[in-house]
Design a protein around this ligand. Structure first.
Ligand code: NDP
Length: 344
């Protein structure tokens, strides 16, 4: 049986901000399965900020997507044909099939999912890469402690939403920064943040005043998801020997966001004067922590102690626009695309 697949390819590299024209939908016929391979149909496609970096032809921690190639991405998928003894038809897996309705894998880097734990979409969200990112950075990098104050930017996002809740469980004072009243309300009422500040209408100085008022003991930890004016507002407020986990800087992923980027010497000066520990990290160096993360967080998700939010768009065709929305903060929680029927 020949299997046709639809996919979204990188049609051109963005000259400035990413646009719809940079993507193209096309159809392919899947090749015959080789020994050790399986064919899977995508159910959920995860859209993540890192994908913006893959559109550039620039040196980074991962190679760029080549022009004409399928956009990269993690998916929850069901196996529909298999020549691999470890994967049976009907198995649900997390695999990097890209922005496509179907994909072939040899099983390397693939994770089998137990669908009875939580909805399978969470395997690319709160119980997947973004969740692991939150847990690893809070525990291993920031080493957040009871009584300390932490600020979390993109506070209701896939990563930030879990950071805030885990920090609260540790007994920290948790301050969020998020875009818009719906998100700040959700952060406080549903996720348990002590305070959440809407950055949308505030300039750097106003944001700094609000953050300062919210943190009478200063800021011990900053979970950095955005860069931009939020970072600029926070740096002078960091306590001596404060810690910053540099997770992401989405405000600077597009050239447009760089217009008002603060000069490096200002940031460097704050790091030196306040003797800050600033630690960048990339989550794929920490996948050995997945099992322990699951052991701790999966039960909390199953019993509803940890909450999560998803924004779902329908069909592969919707992926480019949903991705552009994510880069502008129009998503609310984990951004997913429903590609195929979810059997669970
Ligand atoms: P989110 O679900 O948090 O979505 C992105 C959010 O970023 C938006 O909802 C918006 O939140 C905020 N945002 C978007 N554009 C801007 C902007 N110009 N200025 C300020 N804020 C903006 O995404 P994730 O949770 O998946 O990722 C959060 C961060 O973590 C990203 O920077 C990502 O690259 C990074 N990351 C890093 C990893 C690593 O290994 N180091 C692994 C996974 C993620 P709001 O409206 O509230 O401002």
């Amino acid at each position: 049986m020949t299997q046709k697949a639809s996919r979204i390819v990188l049609a051109s590299r963005p000259a400035g901000n990413a646009e719809l024209d940079n993507f193209r939908l096309d159809q392919v016929v899947m090749p015959k399965l080789k020994d050790g391979e399986f064919l899977a149909r995508t159910i959920w496609l995860s859209l993540d900020p890192y994908m913006r970096g893959r559109m550039n032809d620039a040196k980074s921690y991962s190679a760029p997507v080549e022009l004409g190639d399928t956009m990269e991405g993690g998916c929850v998928a069901e196996i529909i044909n298999s020549n691999n003894k470890d994967y049976a038809i009907g198995d649900i897996v997390v695999a990097r099939l890209g922005w496509a309705t179907h994909g072939i894998s040899n099983g390397v880097g693939v994770q089998k999912i137990n669908p009875s734990i939580a909805p399978i979409s969470t395997s690319v969200g709160i119980l997947g890469m973004p969740g692991l990112t939150a847990w690893v950075a809070l525990n291993d990098i920031l080493k957040g402690k009871k009584g300390e104050t932490i600020v979390v930017s993109a506070a209701t996002g896939a990563v930030g939403g879990l950071v805030g809740q885990l920090a609260k469980l540790k007994g920290m004072r948790v301050i969020g920064v998020a875009g818009g009243p719906a998100k700040t309300k959700f952060a406080i009422e549903e996720l348990g943040y002590d305070i959440c500040i809407d950055h949308k209408s505030l300039d750097v100085k106003e944001l700094r005043v609000r953050l300062s008022a919210a943190s009478p003991d200063g800021i011990h930890c900053y979970f950095e998801n955005v860069g931009g004016k939020t970072l600029e507002a926070i740096l002078p407020l960091m306590n001596t020997f404060g810690r910053i986990a540099v997770c992401g800087m989405i405000a600077w992923y597009s050239p447009k966001g760089m217009e008002n980027a603060s000069p490096i010497p200002v940031a460097w000066g704050a790091i030196l004067r306040q003797r800050l520990r600033v630690c960048g990290f990339i989550i794929f160096d920490h996948y050995d922590r997945m099992e322990e993360f699951h052991k701790e967080v999966a039960p909390l998700v199953s019993n509803g102690k940890i909450k999560y939010k998803e924004t779902i768009s329908e069909g592969l065709e919707s992926a480019p626009q949903s991705f552009l929305n994510l880069l502008e903060g129009k998503n609310f929680g984990k951004q997913l695309v429903r590609i195929g029927h979810d059997p669970r």
